[in-house]
Design a binder for this molecule. Structure first.
Ligand code: SF4
Ligand code: SF4
Length: 295
């Protein structure tokens, strides 16, 4: 069977951090929710282990922070050991030291790490990021593009040679958008747009799908229609080419799959963890395609 990418987002909606720009700051999940989330993650991993799709790629895109929960660390480690898994990637704030990587197959692991300067000293974040990078796992790091993060972003860029540093555009904030982030993230322009997507071809729903804790499958995180369930055998016939039903797509984890943007060739195998294909190894100046005109 052909390859498939699964974007997993379960019941977890809590975070140990307190970012002023985030609705999940300092939220707690009840014990019942935590147990349900754990059961869901374990069921999902079991499904992946026996799935006939190859290569299989998995991206944990939680609300909140997942890696403070042992069952997510176990899931990433376990999936990395499966021969048919090409990549298992996770979004994290790096609040948990990556000692769990010692048990993983690092070359199959992708880490999308966001630094929140008000929540973690730069030295700690950089130390943890360097450890992830040195392990052989695929790492990108980034920051929310607020004006008050400008000097922190530049220092992060300087501190992590060989690691791609992205900046998330804060589209609602004209002051943030007026800042020149291009010296930190040469691909920043892609993230500044709400890309027109209505009726346009998008790989989600065919090669990439989003899965929730109940196993319900949607084409992506931004289109609510359920097209199948992972556990009732309905997935295979649901995977067909589909045009996007939304007017625009402005989130990296969505628009990278919009075919006409060609971002699959920009990011290549690092498309999930947000690492451009031509981003070099340490000590090599990266040659990265520029943003689109007007980007
Ligand atoms: S670390 Fe992420 S999920 Fe947690 S509060 Fe900050 S932005 Fe929200
Ligand atoms: S373009 Fe974005 S919103 Fe539309 S289907 Fe693709 S990922 Fe979903």
């Amino acid at each position: 069977m052909s390859g498939l990418t699964l974007l997993y987002r379960g019941q977890l909606a809590s975070c140990n951090f307190d970012c002023v720009y985030c609705p999940f700051a300092k939220q707690r999940d009840s014990i019942a929710v935590q147990r349900a989330d754990r059961r869901s993650v374990e069921r999902f991993v079991s499904w992946c282990a026996s799935a006939a799709y190859a290569p299989l790629s998995v991206f944990f895109t939680p609300w909140g922070e997942a890696m403070v929960r042992g069952w997510y660390r176990d899931a990433v480690v376990g999936l990395s050991h499966l021969a048919h898994v090409r990549r298992v990637a996770v979004q994290t704030n790096l609040s948990v030291a990556a000692t769990w990587l010692d048990h993983a197959v690092p070359d199959r692991v992708g880490v999308w790490a966001t630094w929140h300067p008000a929540q973690m000293p730069m030295e700690r974040f950089v130390r943890r990021a360097r450890r992830v990078h040195a392990s052989g796992a695929h790492l990108s790091v980034g920051i929310v593009g607020l004006p008050e993060h400008a000097s922190a972003a530049a220092r992060l860029r300087d501190a992590l040679e060989g690691v791609y540093v992205w900046v998330n555009a804060v589209k609602r904030d004209p002051q943030a958008m007026a800042h020149d982030w291009g010296s930190v993230d040469s691909l920043y322009g892609w993230n500044t747009q709400a890309w027109p997507s209505l009726g346009r071809a998008c790989r989600t729903g065919e090669e990439v799908v989003a899965v929730d804790g109940a196993g319900d499958v949607r084409r992506c995180h931004f289109v609510p229609e359920v097209i199948a369930n992972l556990y009732d055998g309905s997935l295979g016939r649901a995977l067909v080419a589909r045009a996007c039903p939304n007017a625009t797509c402005g989130c990296h984890i969505g628009y990278v799959h919009l075919k006409e943007l060609g971002l699959d060739s920009v990011f290549g195998e690092g498309i999930l963890e947000r690492i451009p294909a031509r981003h070099g190894s340490p000590n090599r100046t990266p040659t990265i395609p520029g943003p689109p005109p007007g980007g």
